[in-house]
Every structure is written in structure tokens, then in C-alpha cells.
Design a protein around this ligand. Structure first.
Ligand code: DAT
Ligand code: MG
Length: 151
């Protein structure tokens, strides 16, 4: 299979609740590789760009207000199948429906405060990585444990 990259962001609620290390740990322990990371407070205009495909939804404004209300931890993770399986680690959009063992299932309660974002497919992953990061921000390296993860 192919190495893929996905965009993952810890939203302001996850950062404020001290869940950065817990969330990074789940991706790291799984065997995915961190290739970019930064913390920033996005502007509302930037949040609107990030969520542009939801602009017709009634919750769009509140969602963009929220994303821009505090620090966001933006990351790119790399690995085989990381786009799809990253979504599995995250769990269903509504934490009431997320399975236990998932990030939202274990760590969040309501959909408006579901602590984490993950790209939902290859196209959005590419677009979101390009929106949040410059090409130079992405670090290509061989992880010491790669042979032990992939065989
Ligand atoms: P996801 O974040 O799982 O990809 P999405 O792309 O459908 O979900 O929506 C983006 C975010 O918008 C989601 O993480 C939380 C918020 N949201 C989604 N559905 C909502 C709803 N019915 N009411 C309030 N906020 C919602
Ligand atoms: Mg989405």
C-alpha cells in the first residue's frame, strides 16, 4: 500500500482541556509518523476556508467562531492508510455515537465540542495540508521503527 498523509487538528477545546499529548499519543502509538506540527489561533476567515464545504449548514457560523476562538494544534500524519484509519481512531462526528476506544468516544461528549478534526478523504487531505502548511513545513524522514511497524 501507499504512504499517505492526512491533516489532523486538535480544536481549541482539546487544547484547552490538556488533551494534546493524549491525542498525539494515539497516532504515535499506532505507528503513524508526525511530519508537521504547529500551534496557532486561526482567524475566522481561515476557519471559513477550512470548513468551506459546510457553508450551507446551519451550524457553519458557530463552528467557524469556535475554531477561531483559541489555539489549534495543526498536524500532518503519515502512514499506510492513515487517512481512513485516522478517521477510525477519531470516531464518529457526534461523540454520542462514537465507539468507546475512539478519541471522541473516550474524550468528548457533544458534537459542537468534539475536540479533533481529521481529513475525510485523499482530496480533502491534500487541500487541507496545503491550506494549513507550506511545503517546506513538511519533514520527510525515515523513522527508526519503520521496519518494525511495516516489516
Ligand atoms: P467531521 O469533523 O467528523 O469530519 P463534519 O465534517 O461533518 O464532521 O463537520 C465538521 C464539524 O462541524 C464537526 O466536527 C462538528 C461540527 N458539526 C457537524 N455536525 C454538526 C451538527 N449537527 N451540529 C453542530 N455542529 C456540527
Ligand atoms: Mg469533516
Amino acid at each position: 500500500a501507499e504512504m499517505e498523509r492526512t491533516f489532523i487538528a486538535i480544536k481549541p477545546d482539546g487544547v484547552q482541556r490538556g488533551l494534546i499529548s493524549e491525542i498525539i499519543s494515539r497516532f504515535e502509538c499506532k505507528g503513524y509518523k508526525l511530519v508537521a506540527i504547529k500551534i496557532l489561533v486561526p482567524s475566522k476567515e481561515f476557519a471559513q476556508k477550512h470548513y468551506h464545504n459546510l457553508k450551507e449548514r446551519p451550524f457553519f457560523n458557530g463552528l467557524c467562531e469556535f475554531l477561531s476562538s483559541g489555539p489549534v494544534m495543526a498536524m500532518v500524519w503519515e502512514g499506510e492508510g492513515v487517512i481512513k484509519y485516522g478517521r477510525k481512531l477519531i470516531g464518529a462526528t457526534d461523540p454520542q455515537k462514537s465507539e468507546p476506544g475512539t478519541i471522541r468516544g473516550d474524550l468528548a461528549v457533544v458534537v459542537e465540542r468534539n475536540i479533533i478534526h481529521g481529513s475525510d478523504g485523499p482530496e480533502t487531505a491534500k487541500d487541507e495540508i496545503n491550506l494549513w502548511f507550506k511545503p517546506d513545513d513538511l519533514v520527510s524522514y525515515t523513522s527508526n521503527s519503520e521496519n518494525w511497524i511495516y516489516g
